[in-house]
Design a protein around this ligand. Structure first.
Ligand SMILES: *Cc1c(COP(=O)(O)O)cnc(C)c1O
Length: 341
């Protein structure tokens, strides 16, 4: 049995999803005429209490478009030092927006209103002008950690006080909503823009939506075109995302339950030095010496369990739609009996 815990991006579209895609009405979206894309954009925007949405091929594109619209060259963006926009988007902020990033420390990838206030540059010719704060929720490199709504509201207040915009990399925002019990509406209204991925735990093959005000999305649409993201009959893809939005959100709770159960197994493994708190569908742990992350990954792979490395000593497991209860139970048994050599 092969069980793939490397990422929640490895899922295959279900047969019902494919049937729904086949039937999707299509049109030329650059002319604004693809009904399936329009439907997904409107539905997503509405769910997050925003005026408009923009369908893009990836979450990297929705994040980078947001940065490009919120900022001007030479300005600065505040984010956590392990943010996806900084670590995993190919230097996009420098290349596409000519902005600098102010990288903050913070508990499991979360930054605080207090730390943000301390890092806003004063008006002085030496310093780049602070323009935007970008949060990530859930935080991938923080082990799927989530923000409390209270902290987000504090951050929102600080941003308003200092004239800063607030963006959310919400690649896994539905996981955060389910784990924390806040609604998409409540969280949505605290941000000026949100990037939402459908190709993670929701199981669509492709696609992210950026939501914001009408004026913001109008500009974002211009940037998307420049980046080559203006797709024509893209509704064939948007319909899969729409299907996921309507059928695959509630089941994320199951991924969370399984991650916690797996965590209970990992807690007792003596070869693990440190297990991050498990809040959602991601597990990160640090392997204890003399073993390394690479050794653990290779030896588990030989037993049919695939997982991913994060640096030299860290290993990541991600739960998703394509891991069945049977596979989950099997994986726990294998890991219970596993000892790296
Ligand atoms: C996956 C992911 C993205 C977007 O990645 P793409 O592969 O470009 O869709 C953005 N932020 C986070 C935290 C992610 O996990």
């Amino acid at each position: 049995m092969q069980i793939d815990f490397r990422s929640d991006t490895v899922t295959q579209p279900t047969s019902s999803m494919k049937e729904f895609m086949f039937k999707a009405p299509l049109g030329d979206d650059v002319f604004g005429e693809d009904p399936s894309i329009v439907q997904l954009e409107e539905e997503t925007a509405q769910q997050f209490n925003h005026e408009a949405g923009l369908f893009c091929p990836s979450g990297t594109m929705t994040n980078q478009i947001a940065l490009a619209v919120h900022t001007r060259p030479r300005e600065e963006v505040i984010c956590h030092k392990n943010s996806h926009i900084y670590l995993y988007e190919g230097g996009g902020p420098a290349f596409l927006s000519s902005v600098s990033l102010r990288l903050l420390e913070g508990d499991y990838g979360r930054i605080t209103a207090e730390a943000i206030e301390e890092n806003i540059n004063p008006e002085n010719v030496h310093f780049p002008r602070t323009r935007l704060v970008s949060l990530e929720n859930t935080m991938n490199k923080g082990g799927g950690s989530c923000y409390d709504l209270e902290e987000i509201r504090k951050i929102r207040k600080s941003c308003q006080k200092h004239g800063l915009s607030l963006h959310l990399d919400g690649a896994r925002i539905f996981n955060a909503c389910i784990a924390k019990g806040y609604s998409t509406q409540e969280i949505g209204q605290e941000f000026d823009s949100i990037s939402i991925c459908f190709s993670k735990g929701l199981g669509a093959p492709v696609g992210s939506v950026l939501v914001g005000s009408e004026a913001f999305i109008h500009e974002a649409r211009r940037v998307r075109k420049v980046l080559g993201g203006g797709m024509r009959q893209g509704g064939i893809l948007a319909s899969a995302a729409f299907y996921a939005l309507n059928h695959h959100v509630d089941r994320l709770a199951e991924d969370h339950r399984r991650a916690k159960e797996m965590g209970d197994v990992l807690k007792h493994c003596e070869w693990i030095q440190f297990l991050y708190p498990i809040e959602t569908n991601i597990i990160i742990f640090e392997v204890g010496s003399p073993f390394s992350g690479a050794q653990v990954i290779e030896q588990l792979s030989a037993l049919g369990i695939r997982c991913a490395g994060f640096g030299k000593m860290h290993v990541r497991f991600v739960f998703h739609l394509d891991i069945s209860e049977e596979q989950h139970q099997h994986a726990m048994t294998v890991i219970q009996n596993f000892q790296p050599q």
